[in-house]
Design a protein around this ligand. Structure first.
Ligand SMILES: Nc1ncnc2c1ncn2[C@@H]1O[C@H](COP(=O)(O)OP(=O)(O)O)[C@@H](O)[C@H]1O
Ligand SMILES: [Mg+2]
Length: 262
């Protein structure tokens, strides 16, 4: 079976420091995949390699069977991405941003106008009019970046911390939208450190810690404490939080204090 996303010994080094240190991911088609890890674990670096935003140092990756380096264009055609820094142009309005992205994907004006109207309404950005992206709040930028990632109908969607900075109303709309997409066969790869959201949405998970995969499996596997190769996650963990903290060596640490606040 072709996986939606597959990596083999994927490595990214920055001046000799391996931010991602040889990971082998298998993401089944149509699943809602949560990529978890503490700050600095290598989540964003992995997404950037998978979406062609930065170079791969060693190993490789494929999206729906397309090698992300050798068949970069074919891989990029089927993906949508909301990167960490959102990648929007400050000098455009919301509608102009979507028109620009639509044109980049080769969509005609009529299709762009129709989809852009629907997307702006869904994200509650329809009344932003002539306001420029530079003057958007963080949450508005995030929603616009997600709208732009959807305009061409991607088969694999990469979302780096999509719910961070988004209000509860928008968060619910977006969750429903994403669930509807996976129901129709789209694969979603999401990074997050918000375990409640991951637990609600994701069917499959991997946990990365210091650039290495420490667990991979279904949500149920991880909750039951069955990690990578059967011995990664602490057995008998009762919740995803217990499992996660056990995997990243933070489960039993004593509570830390600050000397001047004691
Ligand atoms: N461009 C870069 N140059 C040097 N180090 C980087 C760069 N990007 C990321 N790193 C380092 O790689 C590690 C993983 O970063 P990142 O993938 O952003 O983590 P996460 O998204 O899991 O929080 C961190 O130690 C970070 O400082
Ligand atoms: Mg990150």
């Amino acid at each position: 079976m072709t996986h939606a996303i597959e990596t083999h010994g994927l490595v990214r080094a920055f001046d000799g420091f391996k931010a991602v240190d040889g990971i082998d991911l298998q993401v089944p088609c149509g699943c809602f995949f949560g990529f978890l890890g503490p700050n600095g674990a290598g989540k964003s670096t992995t997404i950037k390699m998978l979406t062609g935003l930065i170079k791969i140092t060693a190993g490789g990756a494929a999206i729906l069977g397309h090698d992300v380096e050798k068949e970069a264009l074919a891989a990029k055609r089927v993906i949508g991405v909301v990167p960490e820094d959102l990648a929007l142009f400050d000098g455009l309005t919301a509608a102009e941003s979507l028109a620009f992205t639509g044109r980049m994907h080769g969509l005609d004006r009529r299709t762009i106008a129709g989809r852009s109207g629907e997307l702006l309404e869904l994200m509650d950005l329809q009344d932003t009019g002539r306001k420029l992206v530079a003057d958007f709040s963080h949450g508005m930028k995030k929603k616009l970046s997600l709208a732009a990632a959807l305009i061409h109908g991607p088969e694999v969607l990469f979302l780096d911390e999509p719910f961070e900075g988004i209000d509860a109303v928008a968060s619910r709309h977006i969750r429903k939208l994403l669930e509807g997409m996976t129901d129709r066969g789209v694969t979603i790869f999401l990074t997050s450190h918000i375990l409640e959201i991951v637990e609600k949405l994701c069917t499959h998970l991997a946990v990365i810690h210091k650039g290495r995969l420490v667990a991979q499996g279904t949500l149920g596997d991880l909750q039951r404490g069955i990690g990578l190769d059967g011995d990664g996650a602490p057995r008998g963990a009762r919740s995803l939080e217990d499992a996660f903290l056990g995997l990243v060596d933070a489960g039993d640490e004593p509570t830390r204090t600050l000397s001047w606040l004691e």
